[in-house]
Design a protein around this ligand. Sequence first.
Ligand code: NAD
Length: 337
Amino acid sequence: MLQVGVNGYGTIGKRVADAVEAQPDMTLAGVAKTRPNYEAEAAVRKGYPLYAAIPDRADRFHDAGVDLAGDVEDLVIKSNVVVDTTPSGIGAANRELYDRYDTPAIFQGGEDADVADTSFVARANYDDAEGAQFVRVVSCNTTGLSRLLAPLREEYGVEKARVTLVRRGGDPGQTSRGPINDILPDPVEIPSHHGPDVQTIFPDLAIDTLGVKVPATLMHLHSVNVTLESAPDAEEVRRLLSEEPRLFVVPEVARIDGTGKLKEFAMDTGRPRGDLWENCIWERSISMEGRDLYLFQSIHQESDVIPENVDAVRAITGTAEQAESMAITDDRLGVGL
Ligand code: NAD
């Protein structure tokens, strides 16, 4: 049984912790938090061992009546793998701690690619994590694009991808983020950083990306154009994408017209936190013009990287092959609509 520690218990960390607990071959060693806030309270109620991420602040937990199992260093020692889900830049600073105890670690997409030996998307480059000490699960957007491009590259070849990412201003809990009433080119530089990030997964891929930020919190929306090397018809592409468990082709008959109803559907079907781990691709948008594929897909930024983190634990420890790991993860989480 792999002992997995989670350092940083926020939007991504709390979901990774629950996902680890759901697996048959791993258990949660504990979670490290900086403050005894509502998320710490929820972790305690779930029975997760809680560690002080910043030892000097342990008193704050004691004062709030929250029991600690130790400091983050104790968690690192206890863990076979640590998933670092701290805010951007903190992961890189934590690297030395994991290195000191020879503990493999998985970082998140907010870190620069050079924090790790390899960037990671299970469907695209699982085997690259084998034998690595540090792996970076790429951002929500890069994960979503890589999952879509992997089967297209394998089946048809990709000449060039062009994507406009309409990005949510912040997560639902991020009250300090915006815009509240604006539409921003963000980043205004073209191409945006997203394309080069996808190239950390597919180094030979030609891809240009543009970013726009809007007053929304639910999901991102990608407007995708991929020039393929052959010219399948739209129905063939739809079938190919439907066969991928981590791609949800939103059926026309469902009458889901946007991210609001997608999230409503996730909640109605009992998904934890209303999470949508799959790319959500609108069936009706899948269109071919010659060799040009067009489609819209939505990405639930808070959850699409969760199955990837679980797979990265198995990949970095060499405890399962790609197909086996992805199948176990999907089965235990309920991925695949
Ligand atoms: P978050 O702010 O929701 O959570 C981070 C948690 O880490 C917070 O609870 C914070 O208190 C804690 N923390 C701060 N400093 C710490 C330290 N020194 N040690 C331990 N914990 C510390 O952030 P998040 O959205 O979960 O993002 C985490 C990482 O995941 C980032 O790299 C981010 O870019 C990436 N990511 C975020 C999203 C998203 O949409 N939220 C999607 C994909 C990837």
